[in-house]
Write a protein that binds this ligand. Structure first.
Ligand code: FES
Length: 302
């Protein structure tokens, strides 16, 4: 599939491929020699592909580690987020609100409602009304696609490991054609980023005045991480730099494009960092709201 990160055989050599190919070439036992000098496993590996189930490769390294870690990372966070989004309590306390529930647009949010657009007939979790944008932007993100195509669909599981699927229809048919909606989810996620910023500013309201609590710091870090994630998006870089023949006469766009390009080089990092922050922030708000822990805070202005 497209966003795998592997270079095709027609686009030139992959440095990673060369690095693992170099090892068996160097250690290959000359025909007819006896002892394998303690490297029998490597010799065996050079004599044919190694297989895990339907996955075949000549690679000698632990190539399966990365997709396995990615599956545990994404699976664990998705399971927690699904559980947390289905809860109808402990998602807000004082001036803190979980990022999974923001903006809170159901009247059932009570005093934590950002704007009560949905009346009392909505009996389910308020998070279900607002998770589409953040989930949609991550599910269709190029970086996450690379991760979950490899780790869950094994398509392919890693560079130079045979893709076990017999056919490939690309992203031109349902349901994968929906990946093309990424830019629209990205636009919605800008609204989410604005709401998270507003939440982090409001979180400076502490009992007794204006101050800083551990929850304030977490909400602020979460908002910053999400901004870094959405502003490093490929769609944003294209939005500010695409559709032009050149930047002469568009100095302002050029400046924004350079910033977007610099951020874009770290998009994978921002994607990885911003996701756990959602879980950490939600978990913290949940613990404070349930009375399990107290929020340490300082008050600067009464
Ligand atoms: Fe990852 Fe757009 S490519 S958010």
């Amino acid at each position: 599939m497209a966003p795998t990160g592997c270079m095709s055989s027609t686009s030139g050599p992959d440095p990673l491929t060369l690095s693992w190919m170099a090892t068996p070439v160097e250690i290959r036992r000359p025909p007819g020699t006896g002892s394998c000098g303690g490297q029998c496993d490597l010799y065996r590996a050079t004599s044919g592909p190694r297989s895990i189930g339907r996955l075949h490769t000549m690679r000698l390294d632990r190539w399966w580690l990365h997709p396995l870690m990615a599956a545990l990372f994404l699976g664990g966070i998705s399971a927690y987020a699904a559980w947390a989004a289905l809860q109808t309590k402990y998602y807000a306390t004082g001036s803190y609100i979980s990022p999974l529930y923001s903006p809170c647009i159901a009247s059932s949010c009570g005093t934590h409602a950002t704007i009560a657009l949905i009346g009392g007939w909505w009996r389910w979790s308020p998070a279900l009304l607002v998770v589409a944008a953040p989930v949609g932007v991550r599910a269709t993100c190029y970086y996450y696609r690379k991760l979950y195509y490899r780790s869950f669909w094994l398509s392919p599981p890693a560079c130079a490991v045979v893709d076990p699927h017999q056919t490939y229809s690309g992203e031109s048919r349902f349901p994968l054609v929906l990946q093309n909606a990424h830019r629209y989810f990205w636009m919605l996620s800008i609204l989410v980023a604005i709401m998270l910023t507003a939440d982090s500013v409001l979180a400076f309201r502490q009992p007794g005045g204006i101050g800083l609590g551990l929850g304030t710091a977490l909400l602020t870090c979460n908002a910053v991480a999400f901004w870094a994630y959405v502003l490093s998006c490929h769609a944003f870089r294209h939005l500010v730099g695409g559709g032009l023949r050149g930047f002469s006469g568009n100095r302002r766009r050029h400046r924004v494009w350079r910033v977007a390009s610099a951020l874009n080089r770290r998009h994978g990092l921002f994607a990885l960092v911003s996701l756990p922050f959602v879980v950490i922030t939600d978990g913290y708000v949940r613990l404070v709201a349930s009375g399990s822990i107290a929020d340490p805070h300082l008050v600067f202005m009464h």
